[in-house]
Write a protein that binds this ligand. Sequence first.
Ligand code: SAM
Ligand code: FES
Length: 348
Amino acid sequence: TKLNEYIEKLASTHQLSLDAYEYVITHRDEEAAEWLARKARDISQSIYGKSIYVRGLIEFTNICKNDCFYCGIRKDASCSRYRLDQEDILECCAEGYDLGFRTFVLQGGEDAYFNDARLCDIVSKIHTLYPDCAITLSVGERNKESYQRLFDAGASRYLLRHETADRNHYHKLHPSSMSFSHRMRCIQDLRDIGYDVGIGMMVQSPYQTAHHLAEDLKFVETFHPEMCGIGPYITAKDTPFHDQPSGSVELTLYLISILRLIYPPMLIPATTALGTLDPVGREKGVLAGANVVMPNLSPVGVRRKYQLYDNKICVGDESAQCRHCLENRMDRIGYTVVTDRGDIKLWD
Ligand code: SAM
Ligand code: FES
C-alpha cells in the first residue's frame, strides 16, 4: 500500500515530502504504528543501547509576561505565583547531583526578575560547583546577546519549543504580542551561538491539522535539532482554551516513532504530559522510540503551582521518589536510567 511505501521510504532515507508526511499521519493504522515503533526502538538501541538519559527538571519560576492561550501559567491565569531564589535552585542541584543527575534543566516562565545578571550568576555557580554536569535552560524568548551571555556563563543546551511550524496556526495559539518570526529567530540564534537546541510541539493543540503536524516534521527534518520535545496538548483550566479537548497519546506515540526515523540520534523525551494522560505513557513513549525522561527536581512546596495543564503528575512527590519511580518504570520495560550528561551521539 501507499502507506507502507511511505514508511519504508522514511526508514531508509529519513525524509519525505510534506504531502507524504501528511498522508502517513492521516492514514495511520495500528499495523503501521507497530511497524514504526519497532523500527524506532531498533534504531534508538543501535545508537543509545537500552540506556535512558535522565534530566533533573527545576521549575524555578511560574511568573510569566506572556499569555499563550494554552498555558496554565500564562499571565492572565489566576494561579498563585512563586519564584525560587538562587539558594533554592542550588539546593535542588545538590540534591539532584546526589541522586545521580548530570543534567539540570532550569525551566520557567518569562520572568523579568531573572535578567541576564541574575540568571548568569546562577548558571555560572552551577557550572563551577558541578563541572561534570550539563546546564539546560528553558526560559523562553530572549535576545541574542542574552543567549550569548548565558552560554558564556556555562549553559550549553536550550529548550525552546517552536510549538507549531505553521505561522497561521502559531497566531491562533498566541496573542498578537507574540510572533512566529521571533520564535524562529530565537531558535536560529541559539543554534548559531552553539547551543544544543531543543524544539518541539504539542500534539493536537487547538486548531491543529495533520498538515500542520506535517510541517512540524518537515521542520525537524531540515533543522535537525539535537532534541525534540513532543507531548499531547492537555486542557488547562483558567485559559481561553479551557474547553478544548486534550490530544491523544496514540498519535503522540506514532509521531515519536516518526521523529526517531527522521533524525535517528535526536534526543527525544517521554514527556510528563504523556505520563499525565496515561499511567504508563512514559513507558509507551520509550517503547515508541524516546530515550530521555525528565523527573521533577523542583521543591515539593512549589510543584502544584507549576500547573501548565490539568492533573499534572508528580506534584506531590519528593525528588528522590520521582527519580526512583522512573528508574523502576524503565527497569520494568527492560531499560536502564543512567548517570550521565546524556549528550547527543552524532553518528558520523
Ligand atoms: N516559558 C518557556 C517557553 O515558553 O519556552 C518555558 C516554559 S513553557 C511552560 C514549556 C512548555 O510547556 C511549552 O513549550 C509548551 O509546549 C508546554 N505547555 C504549555 N501549556 C501546555 C498544555 N496545556 N499542554 C501541554 N503542554 C503545554
Ligand atoms: Fe514523579 Fe513517578 S516520575 S512520581
